[in-house]
Structures are given as C-alpha cells and as structure tokens.
Design a protein. Structure first.
Length: 64
C-alpha cells in the first residue's frame, strides 16, 4: 500500500485532472473511483496512526 504522502499526492493529481476541461466522462468516472479508493485508504492510515499515538500516550501516562 502506498504511504500517506503518496496517497495525497495522487489525490491532488486526480483533482487537477478532474478539473480539466478536456476530460471524457469515462476517464472522469475512472479517476473518481480511484480517488474514492485512495481517500478510503488514506483515512484508514490516519486512523491507524491515531490509534498508535493514543497507545503511546496511554503508556506514557500522558492521555489525561
């Protein structure tokens, strides 16, 4: 799975391409589907990172 930074870079590229005027409907739909999948993966990565941070804070007693 690509890293979070790579996911975000690709999402930005997808948005730029979707904003282009010369985009066919088929290409737009493919890019949209890819974007949704990459967004889901990025959110999952963020959720996992958040859990790790919470666990570290708990272990260190800083979760108050």
């Amino acid at each position: 799975m690509p890293g979070f930074g790579e996911q975000m870079e690709r999402l930005e590229a997808i948005v730029r391409r979707l904003e282009a005027e010369d985009l066919s409907l088929d290409e737009a739909l493919k890019l949209f589907a890819e974007g949704v999948e990459r967004l889901r993966a990025a959110r999952e990565q963020l959720a996992q990172a958040e859990l790790k941070v919470k666990k570290v804070l708990e272990i260190e007693g800083l979760d108050r």
